[in-house]
Write a new protein. Structure first.
Length: 309
């Protein structure tokens, strides 16, 4: 019989890639230092071999734990030491335990690995009740802490370039000021900080709900640009503390209409109101119009009113 052609099956069986324990991976790398390995092992075995794993981190594709409840426990020095290795772990797998100063000194690394951090346990270095000063940019990060007391600082005493996430320093009278937090008081530019309060109000709320937010330092000369939903959340939060704050509202005509009572009640805190999107007449009652008259005088663009019953 003559065979005219042979067809090859498209679905060729491929054996699953080998998953190594830490010991197996280290042994295999001695035989072939170009081998790519995926590691799954207990948290104890991974933690006990972090130095060795760091040495071969370029050949590791991923590290997982055999138990879903296992987490990698690190202190402030270790998170800096093993920064290249952290990318190999899944999200929500890190527990950080150290004093605030040690962790805050490595804040840039904490920011980069925020998604991987499961919780933070602060060990007091001196006073267990000390209030730790943090930036509003980092409120969501520190809200992962299970203990501690935090206060938000936004005031600056000198002009510094950069942003809260892109550090820049200046030296005045021998004192260096930076926009990135250090183990001492954090300093930030006013615009970046007031906007951070709006962008990160959920993190602030988490700290407040847990009883870990002790205050928000008053800031002057600038207002927070928010939509109405954010403005309501910030007002409810800030009114608990001796904090002066000012709102610059940017929202749709429909949302302004629905929340005209909130706008009227916060007239003294409003620096401006801007309608965005499809601008339509504000649908409010005559009584609401009277109460909101002073607030609506701060409207940045032309507006009209449609009286409703």
């Amino acid at each position: 019989m003559q065979v005219s052609s042979v067809s090859v099956a498209n679905n060729v069986y491929k054996p699953p890639a080998k998953i190594f324990t830490v010991a197996e991976a280290l042994a295999a790398m001695k035989l072939n230092n170009r081998l790519k390995v995926t590691i799954s092992d207990t948290a104890a075995n991974v933690t006990g071999n972090l130095k060795e794993l760091k040495d071969i981190q370029a050949q590791i594709t991923q590290i997982t734990f055999t138990s879903a409840n296992d987490k990698l426990n690190l202190n402030g020095a270790q998170i800096k030491q093993y920064q290249p290795l952290l990318a190999k772990f899944s999200d929500n797998t890190l527990v950080l335990t150290d004093n605030f100063g040690a962790l805050n000194a490595n804040l840039s690394i904490l920011r980069e690995n925020n998604a991987k951090i499961n919780k933070i346990v602060l060990t007091p270095s001196n006073d267990a009740n000390a209030k730790q000063t943090i930036s509003p940019w980092d409120s969501q990060l520190w809200s992962k802490s299970v203990n501690g007391k935090f206060q938000i600082q936004t005031q600056v005493t000198s002009t510094v370039g950069g942003t809260a996430t892109t550090p820049s320093t200046t030296t005045t009278n021998g004192q260096t000021v930076t926009v990135q937090p250090t183990s001492t008081l954090a300093k930030f530019t006013p615009f970046e900080d007031t906007q951070a309060l709006a962008a990160n109000y959920m993190g602030l709320k988490v700290l407040d709900d847990m009883g870990m937010l002790t205050g928000i330092e008053a800031f002057k000369g600038s207002s927070i640009t928010t939509n109405i939903a954010q403005g309501k959340a910030l007002s409810a939060l800030f009114n608990k503390y001796s904090t002066e704050f000012y709102l610059n509202i940017r929202d749709t005509s429909a949302n302004i209409s629905k929340n005209i009572d909130f706008i009227a009640s916060n007239n003294k805190k409003l620096t401006g109101i801007t309608q965005i999107g499809n601008i339509t007449p504000l649908e409010i009652t005559r009584e609401q119009n009277k109460k909101a008259d002073l607030a609506l005088s701060k409207m940045k663009n032309p507006y009209s009113i449609k009286s409703v019953a």
